[in-house]
Ligand binder design. Structure first.
Ligand SMILES: [Zn+2]
Length: 190
């Protein structure tokens, strides 16, 4: 059961359209979340870029256990930085970054902030509603409903579309579903 408040999905679609406008992009164009991060003054780091990162922590994050995390947002001295795991393929990386940017755009305060056992990296956790909101906005940013519908009607398949928008086919299929596009197309086919 969705916990999103009424009108939130529409708000996300409008936000996705307005960021595209700010960036000089067509409403149906793919949005590179790295470009959006720059526009929002958010620094994006790979683990190796983090100042003062201990070598053993770096090795753990990038070599020993690269599947255990996707992205972390840190805020200190007025600087907001997203540390993005560079190991996963592009679609998952884009989704992780768009998700973190969404928490920042929505001004979510982490429910828990904790440090890794070595005391070095700060991790944050949000509540379930905030997670659902960030997923919703991230999906709309990467795959706006209008752009997706237009591309599907132009006859492109899921794999080609996912590549075009820089997302995973899983996210593409999820968006077809939750935006109601699948239902709309099935209905119009009779
Ligand atoms: Zn989250």
């Amino acid at each position: 059961m969705s916990q999103l408040r009424r009108g939130f999905k529409t708000w996300c679609e409008n936000a996705a359209a307005s960021y595209r406008r700010d960036l000089g992009l067509d409403r149906a164009a793919p949005l590179d979340p790295l470009v959006l991060a720059r526009h929002l003054n958010i620094v994006v780091w790979a683990p190796g870029d983090i100042p003062g990162m201990k070598k053993d922590v770096l090795t753990h994050l990038t070599m020993s256990d690269p599947d255990s995390w996707d992205a972390v947002t840190i805020q200190s001295d007025g600087v907001t930085a997203v540390i993005l795991n560079s190991a996963p393929e592009l679609g998952r990386r884009n989704n992780s970054l768009a998700h973190e940017l969404s928490h920042i755009i929505l001004e979510h305060e982490p429910a828990h902030v904790f440090h890794t056992p070595d005391g070095h990296m700060m991790m944050n956790e949000y509540n379930a509603v905030h997670e659902e909101e960030a997923n919703c906005l991230a999906g709309a940013l990467l795959l706006p409903r209008e752009a997706l519908l237009k591309a599907i009607k132009a006859g492109q398949g899921d794999t080609a579309l996912a590549r075009h928008f820089g997302v995973s086919t899983d996210l593409l299929r999820m968006r077809r579903n939750i935006t109601g596009i699948n239902r709309q197309l099935a209905y119009s086919r009779g």
